[in-house]
Design a protein around this ligand. Sequence first.
Ligand code: PEP
Length: 248
Amino acid sequence: MSRKRIVAGNWKMNTTLEEAHALASEVARGAGEEVDLVLIPPTCFLATVLDATASSAVSVGAQNMHPAASGAFTGETSGPMLTSLGAQYVVCGHSERRHVFGESSAFIGEKVSAAHANGLIPILCVGETLEDREAGRTDAVVLDQLEAGLQGLESSQIPGTVIAYEPVWAIGTGRTASPEQAQEVHASIRARLAERFGGEIAGRVRIQYGGSVKPGNAAELLGQPDIDGALVGGASLVASSFLAIADA
Ligand code: PEP
């Protein structure tokens, strides 16, 4: 089953307006079409990044959204807002949302459903903490997050959902899961998708790895059979590094 690779750059809470425009322009100039490239800037710079990438193969996504379409949710951004800007993707349940902002798996599942309802492609993040891994709970934690994240979806929406496996202990730490460790969890995720939705659908879902991906380790990670791309944090803030990961 061939799946188009997807490499996404999560800029987190970094860049100014000028830096966002310059970084997006540089990525757009270097982007090819063999891999889906997605830039995920801070929400306040979505418009400028959309503008800078308008005539390129690069897509743009948001780092987060609220499940409600509108209302009294100060500081939040809704699906219809993102769609009206021209965003195509939205990250749901990044580990910083789960662990720093206390978002529950059920709330993240609502976001994933709302993303689809608004024509956005959700990137559902799942991943275990170091404590979970050391206690032998990796699969249990990751698969629970997966089930809760996909809970409100129809089978037909599963192939249009991207999953990002991001071990919490590897995010922003310089520690990377070994290709074998990552492949093992990716295979468990795909096996669970096959159990729930059938092998044909599971075979179409793209599963990214995230956690200190860099140009030097990307080829080996992305060479694993169930790793279909990368969700990149730190290294996506330098255009040449991000493009080198896509090349790998
Ligand atoms: C991330 O933010 O999703 C991430 C994986 O960060 P980093 O690449 O910096 O570990």
